[in-house]
Design a protein around this ligand. Structure first.
Ligand code: PLP
Length: 229
């Protein structure tokens, strides 16, 4: 059986070590436990063990689980691909949506957030490895996307998210994380109003240490906390 409490203790130690190693305050790094395909019961064990942020990939599955667990028991992050027609649910259930990659999707999120008088926190997802199999704005269009979304009153852009190609060697992710930092700096230089770049959502079970060294503020860790899926 997966010992969530032990895993969590170990990961928190690794976060502190990585942060200390590059002169960062570990408190600036948010640990998001990724619970896709794990039961509400297991997620509750995670919350009891001290997980404050949970990440989910599928709308239907996550709504069922969040209803059981309780919306107020954690901060919820939507990290999967979001279809516009599911925006309504993402806005109602999630504190952050990490995967906004088109103006169309942002427009729908804005509309749904307005209906419930919410300002939806989002991140812009960048297809950092230019992979056909992955979602995310292309690097070429990310500045335009940021400009377009800045006008939406019920959306607050908090930063960028990426998922590099999968490598077994974590060091291979580093250039992609560096690239996301470069894009963040380009966006900051253009001084777009209403856009904050306080968060970089990057790093997963196998490469979060490298991500922290490169400036990640949100690491998304599934397998190393909850076990294999
Ligand atoms: C599943 C998933 C994760 C977690 O991956 P692990 O390798 O299990 O840590 C992180 N981010 C996204 C977008 C995911 O889909």
């Amino acid at each position: 059986m997966t010992d969530i409490k032990t895993n969590l203790t170990y990961i928190k130690e690794q976060i502190i070590n990585s942060a200390t190693g590059c002169d960062r305050d570990h408190k600036t790094i948010m640990l998001i436990g990724v619970s896709k395909r794990k039961s509400a019961q297991i997620m509750t064990q995670g919350i009891d063990a001290g997980i404050e942020n949970l990440g989910e990939n599928y709308i239907q599955e996550s709504m069922e689980k969040i209803d059981i667990i309780g919306r107020d028991k954690a901060t919820w992050h939507f990290i999967g691909h979001l279809q516009s027609n599911k925006s309504k649910f993402a806005v109602r259930y999630f504190d952050y949506i990490h995967t906004v990659d088109t103006v169309k999707l942002a427009k729908e999120i804005n509309k749904q957030a307005k209906k419930i008088n919410k300002t939806q926190k989002i991140l812009l997802q960048v297809n950092i490895g230019d992979e056909d199999s992955k979602s995310g704005s292309s690097i070429d269009t990310i500045l335009d996307l940021a400009h377009s979304i800045a006008d939406f009153e019920h959306i607050s852009v908090k930063g960028l998210m990426c998922m590099p190609p999968y490598f077994t060697e974590p060091e291979h992710s580093r250039p992609y994380f560096k690239k996301l930092v470069t894009i963040k700096n380009q966006i900051l230089e253009t001084h777009i109003p209403n856009i904050s770049m306080e968060h970089l959502s990057m790093g997963m079970s196998n490469d979060f240490k490298v991500a922290i060294e490169e400036g990640s503020t949100m690491i998304r860790v599934g397998t190393s906390i909850f076990g294999r899926r």
